[in-house]
Design a protein around this ligand. Sequence first.
Ligand code: CP
Length: 317
Amino acid sequence: MRSFMGRDILSLKDFERNEFFHVFDVAAELEPIARSRRNADMLKEKTLVTAFYQPSTRTRLAHEAAMHRLGGHVVGFADPKMTRAGDFYQESIKDTVKMLEFYGDVIVMRHFQQGAPHEAAKWASIPVINGGDGWGEHPTQILTDLYTVLREKGRIDGLNWLAVGDMRMRTMHSLAYGLTQFDCPITFVAPPEMRLTEPFKEELKQYSLDFKEAEHVEQAISTADVILVEPVVQPDYTKSRDERTGSVDLTPANYKITRELLATKGKPDAILLHSLPRMDEIPPDVDITRWSRYWQEAFNGVVMRMALLALVLGAME
Ligand code: CP
């Protein structure tokens, strides 16, 4: 297996099956630190640089929390407007990361342009982690989700997935690439204008992903072991910021997971994931049902980032 030390985490297309399991093993080993709310000293000589060109609650703070849990340090920015990349100069990714690499030992970048973290990785001499790039990918989120499935169901292979939401979404791309390494049939349910693109479907066929599409969650929920939901009412991920102006649409029933739907049509032992933030696609009364696992997913988001930071910084082999 390739070493993770010094490696960029840009895409799940790059991940081999045994590498998924290795990351999950490291996460399980580090999990007790987060669970006991301790800070260890594994990365006490290392610094994480956060470069966030787009809003985030979870991805940035989970990486920062993970670094603190391992005793490391954090510098960075959460709003590019307060940097030279976001003012008159419009400083390039290259010039920016040529600075950032002197301020720390690993960079996590979120950007509104697809491929921006890849561009950063081209110029940085330290590892770059993709914290979400436009409609591109969100590999650390889907590693979190797969780890959550493993912890909650005891396995990944052999489980049926239902993915609901906007298939242009970066999480959906990382999910589809990730599942190519497992025995997991998946059904995608999305509004017509948000369906998987033909080129992407062709790519998934070449990777032998067992997938199909449906129009309504009711057509697929009864066989789903894992239900992963994203909004269909959401901002434009190619913008640095997309403010809400006025009222927003409600989510049509086709793309909504309600308590009643789970109770009447869902498998009793299915699990429901959502990387959050949400709109109304999962109403709050689902939170305290037996299906919801998104708070566990949020905890695992810290654990997974601990594992990735420890691996790319060479603290765990
Ligand atoms: N799931 C996720 O990426 O959340 P944030 O946008 O808050 O980072």
